[in-house]
Ligand binder design. Structure first.
Ligand SMILES: Nc1ncnc2c1ncn2[C@@H]1O[C@H](COP(=O)(O)OP(=O)(O)O)[C@@H](O)[C@H]1O
Ligand SMILES: [Mg+2]
Length: 283
């Protein structure tokens, strides 16, 4: 196991932000933490990376206890958080050089910039870049020590769709190299697209953890809803879209010419989330 969290808990005063969370992440896996604002995602990432020490429980990353051996962990992980911590007056290249020096690593900055598609702007000051480009610099920064594990807290939050997509491609490229990735998001389609497994997080707890496909299969159904006129009024029939008998039954209903209304209902992670928590993911 690359990441092992066991009963981790963190409170800000009386507020329990993360409440006894446990999970494991395997090598090469992308695990998504999906939940609304305030669910406890960032607090969780901070405990996983050693920025906050859990009040209860333990985190092991690459076999090291994060609270006890932070240095051994930091050398082999990359983090990309919501807070921008780049130097706006320095160029992209200077920023990356600065962080490489901090890590005391020799890096090929050009190769890194090519990876995140920023080579053309290498000597531009960070303050002149768009939000999407700044996020790619943050990403390059996270990759500076060629980490085995990446922790990404809302990596596409607030980005335009094209920038968000380019970040997702970089994430998938890192996964294809065998990196393990922990990702938080409140964006359902992003979680669906990127995660091998997905944890739904609400009020500091994991309420479900499975593959996106299983979550939808287990808890949401694609349905065909047909309202049929009968002698006594109306009757609604719900036909599971993926059932083998549905096409025949739908044909039968259509041929009887008694249909009042007909519509399909898609299973979405949002629906599954609401079912589990009574809360919406996005307002
Ligand atoms: N530094 C802090 N001081 C007090 N409360 C905080 C602090 N950071 C987060 N919280 C609270 O903890 C809860 C979880 O926050 P957070 O982990 O940031 O959630 P998320 O990242 O899912 O939006 C929220 O209710 C938030 O208001
Ligand atoms: Mg957050």
């Amino acid at each position: 196991m690359i990441i092992e969290a066991e009963g981790i808990t963190y409170s800000y005063g009386d507020l329990v932000a993360v409440d006894h969370i446990s999970f494991e992440v395997d090598k090469g896996e992308i695990i998504g933490f999906l939940g609304p604002n305030g669910a406890g995602k960032s607090t969780t990432v901070k405990m996983l990376t050693g920025q906050l020490n859990p009040h209860e429980g333990h985190v092991r990353v690459l076999g090291h206890d994060v609270a006890k051996e932070p240095k051994a962990v930091h050398e082999r992980i990359g983090v990309c958080f919501e807070e921008k911590n780049l130097y706006p007056r320095l160029s992209i290249r200077e920023n990356l050089q600065f962080f490489a020096d901090l890590f005391d690593v020799e890096i090929d900055i050009d190769a890194l910039l090519k990876k995140v598609d920023l080579i053309k702007w290498a000597d531009d000051k960070v303050e002149t870049l768009s939000k999407g480009m700044q996020q790619r610099v943050m990403f390059a920064r996270a990759l500076i020590n060629d980490p085995d594990v990446l922790f990404l807290d809302e990596p596409t939050d607030g980005l335009d769709p094209i920038s968000a997509d380019s970040i997702r491609k970089i994430i998938l490229a890192e996964k294809s190299k065998g990196k393990t990735i922990f990702l938080t998001t409140h964006n359902m389609s992003e979680a669906d697209m990127l995660s091998d497994r997905l944890a739904f997080i609400n009020e500091g707890r994991i309420v479900a953890l499975d593959t996106p496909e299983n979550l939808k299969l287990r808890l949401g159904k694609r349905m065909l809803k047909v309202k049929v006129r009968t002698e006594k009024g109306f009757k609604e029939e719900s036909l599971p879209l993926d059932h083998k008998d549905t096409p025949d039954r739908a044909k039968e209903l259509l041929e009887n010419r008694n249909i009042a209304t007909i519509h399909t209902q898609e299973a979405t992670l949002d629906e599954v989330f609401i079912k589990l928590t009574g809360r919406k993911l996005e307002q």
